[in-house]
Design a protein around this ligand. Structure first.
Ligand code: GLP
Length: 259
């Protein structure tokens, strides 16, 4: 696991965009996308590079991490809608190649299994972007999620519903259930890139990076993955005990070694 500490959120976005852009230019065609606030700086930078530098996603397909149960893709807060508004409508990816779980399927349990199978057949995902919840969740894998879990229906904690209520008119509108890629599904991706900014993420980042491997902090599963880059701003890094070493290692990174 490599921890990259940047001064500000916008610089985190540039670093994560560097990783995605390098991968795409080297032929990576399967991207894993996250929603929420955390990856927005990455998307802004990738859109800029698409417009100004000709970075093309025409050959790419993308898979979202998760979706709310009960929200159709036309709903402004469905992740299928949000990812298009925030990112994919502004680049040259084929909209039909932007996949997400079907949260309004008649059988949401079957829809979850089908989504997992779709990723397995199209994958592996080359680069998977991740945010982190204040309770250490990734995707919508809440504390207690099996570290080997596959895509499935999950119940949100009240904390996550409160955290996400800012996107809805009120908390009662935040769905209780979701379909999320499992931790095992996420870890099938070749390169995981987790982005976090702000002091409200510091505890979760410290637990994920330096805490014990435990289902109580689902993001700690990253410790088992062979290729992880954690990109954090100073505030999100503020509870990392080994922060000085991460800075030292980055400063002395071998010139040829990529993220
Ligand atoms: C949401 C999403 C996650 C996201 C996390 C943090 O509930 N399901 O994919 O990473 O919570 O959100 P934010 O980046 O807005 O803080």
């Amino acid at each position: 696991m490599e921890v990259v500490i940047r001064q500000h959120e916008q610089q985190c976005g540039v670093t994560a965009a560097d990783i995605v852009a390098d991968a795409v230019r080297s032929g990576a065609s399967t991207l894993g996308l996250a929603t929420g606030s955390s990856p927005l700086s990455v998307y802004r930078e990738l859109i800029r590079r698409h417009r100004k530098e000709g970075l093309s996603f025409a050959a790419a397909q993308a898979f979202l991490l998760d979706e709310y149960v009960g929200l159709p893709p036309s709903h402004p807060q469905s992740y299928a809608h949000v990812i298009r508004v925030e990112f994919t409508n502004h680049i040259d990816i084929d909209s039909g190649c932007v996949h997400s779980p079907n949260g309004v399927a008649d059988d949401i349990f079957a829809a979850a299994a089908e989504y997992d199978a779709l990723i397995a057949s199209a994958g592996p995902v080359d680069v998977q972007l991740l945010g982190i919840g204040s309770n250490g969740h990734i995707g919508f894998n809440e504390p207690g999620s099996s570290l080997g879990s596959r895509t499935r229906v999950k119940t949100l904690t009240e904390q996550t519903r409160h955290d996400n209520a800012r996107f809805f008119a009120n908390i009662d509108e935040v769905p209780r259930h979701v379909i999320t890629q499992g931790l095992g599904t996420i870890c099938d991706a070749k390169h995981l890139v987790l982005i976090a900014a702000g002091g409200h993420k510091a505890e979760a980042i410290a637990a994920a990076v330096e805490g014990p491997l435990t289902a109580s902090c689902p993001a700690s599963v990253l410790q088992l993955h062979p290729h992880v880059t954690v990109v954090v701003d100073e505030a999100a890094a503020s509870q990392l005990k080994n922060a000085d070493f991460y800075r030292y290692a980055l400063k002395h990174k071998p010139a040829q070694q990529k993220f």
